[in-house]
Design a protein around this ligand. Sequence first.
Ligand code: ZN
Length: 226
Amino acid sequence: MSLIISSTTSAVFFTVSADKKGDCDVDIYYKNENSYMKIALTFDDGPHPRYTGQILDVLEEYDIKATFFVVGVNAKNYPDSLIDVIKKGHEIGNHTYSHPHVSGLNTYTLTDEVEKCESTIYGLTDYKTKLFRPPEGMIDADVRTVLRSLDYKVIMWDIDTRDWAHEPPEKIAENVISNIASGDIILMHDYIGHNSPTVEAIKIFIPVLLEKGYKFVVVSELIGIE
Ligand SMILES: [Zn+2]
C-alpha cells in the first residue's frame, strides 16, 4: 500500500515502527515541535543555474542557511551550482538520481537511484548526506525498507508552499506567514521550470518571519541529528 503525503499542517515528527514485514522501520520527519522558534527552509529538485544562485543570494542577504534536496542528474549537469550551495554553508540532501516515481519501484532500482545520487554528490564535492526526501513525498513500506538499509533519515515537510504550482509569490508568502509554527519544515523548489515564484516569495516572507522571532536552521539542526 502506498501512502501519498501532501500538504498538511497537522503532521508531526514521528518514527514509523517496524511493520509486519519485519525490520523496515525508518525515521520520518515532518517537523519538530520541540524546536522552539526554529524553522527549516528546504529547496528540492535543483541544483539549476537559473534559480539556485538567486535563492543563495537572498539567503546570504539575511544570513540564513537552508537544506537543498538535490537531484543527482542535475548535480551532474550543473556542478558549479551544487558547489556554490555547499561553499555558502548550506546543507545537502538526497532526492534520488533521476527523480522517478519511487513508490512501486523495485528495491534494486530504488537503491540504485539513492546510491547514484549519493555518489554523484560525493564525487563532485566530497559531501556526504544521510538526509533523503522522496520525490513528490511518496513513500511506502518498500521505500522505507530501502532507506533504512541505507541508513537515511526521511525528511518530509509540514508546510507546502505550492511554489511548484506556480502560485503567485504574495500568495505563497501569505500561506507561509499565516501557517508557520515552531519546528516547521517548509517545502520549496530551486528548479520548477520557467517563471518560478520561489525567489520573489522568499524575499517577502523571510524578513517577516525574522521579525516575528523565528530562526532559520538546516534540517539536521531542526530535528537534532547534527
Ligand atoms: Zn522533487
